[in-house]
Write a protein that binds this ligand. Sequence first.
Ligand code: GDP
Ligand code: MG
Length: 250
Amino acid sequence: MYQQLRIAVVIPAYNEERAIARVVADVPAYVDHVIVVDDASGDGTAAAARAAVADRTGGEVVVHEVNRGVGGAIVTGYHRALALGVDAVAVMAGDGQMDPADLPSLLDPIAAGVADYVKGNRFRHPEVWTAMPPARIVGNLVLSAATKVTSGYTHVFDSQCGYTVASTRALRAIDLDRVFPRYGYPNDLLSHFHIAGMRVLDVPVRPVYGPAWKSGINLGTALHPIPWVLLRSFGTRVASEARARWRARA
Ligand SMILES: Nc1nc2c(ncn2[C@@H]2O[C@H](COP(=O)(O)OP(=O)(O)O)[C@@H](O)[C@H]2O)c(=O)[nH]1
Ligand SMILES: [Mg+2]
C-alpha cells in the first residue's frame, strides 16, 4: 500500500538473467504485487525471476511463449494487474534502469488525484547531460519533440522514458491491445490516453546508465518502425478527436 493505494509493479524482461534478481529485490516493500513478464527470453531470465519473486509475497512471473516486444510485455502485465484489483500500476524495466527511490514521485500525483498517468522525465534531472549517452540525448530530443505533436500532450517531454505509473482508471479507459507493442509503444500509448481525455504529468527521475548498459534500440529501430508508429498514432488521434468534436456539436 502507498497512501491508501494498492500498487503493482510490472517488470518487462527480455534476456535479463543477470539483472532481474536485483531489480525484483529492489522494488520497495510498499508495493503489493510484482509482476515480471518474461518476453520469451533465450536465456535464464524466467528461472532467475522465479527465484527472485519467491522471496516476496505478491510476486509472480508470466512467461510469453513468443516474443511480443516491450510494449506487448507491459500490456500483459497491465492485464494481470487489473485482474488483481490494484489501484495503480508502475512499470520498471528489467534491466535496472529505474531508480526505486524515484517511485514515490511518480505515485504522488496519482495518490493526490491530480493525474491519471505519470511518467519520468530525465531531462528535468541535473545528471541527464553527463549520464545519458550523447546519441541517446539527440534521438530522444527529436522523438520527444515529435511526440508532443503526435500525442497532443505539449507539456510532456522524454517520451522514451519507460518509468511510469498509470491509475487503473487510465488503463481501463483505453484498449490496451491496440497499442503498438514494440519500440514506439510509449509514444503510441500517449496518443491513446489523449483520445480518452486522461491527465498526463511528467516528473523528474534519475537517468541510469550502468557500465553494463545495453539497449535493443539502435539507429535501425529508431528509423523504422518508430516514425511510422508516430505518423499512425498522430493520424488516429486527430481523426478520432475531430469525430468526437463533431458528434458533440451535432
Ligand atoms: N529489447 C527488448 N527489450 C524487451 C523486449 N521485451 C521486453 N523487453 C524489456 O523492456 C525493457 C526496455 O528495453 P530496452 O531495450 O532496455 O529499451 P531502452 O531502455 O528504452 O533503451 C528491458 O527491461 C527489456 O528487458 C523485447 O522484445 N526487446
Ligand atoms: Mg533499457
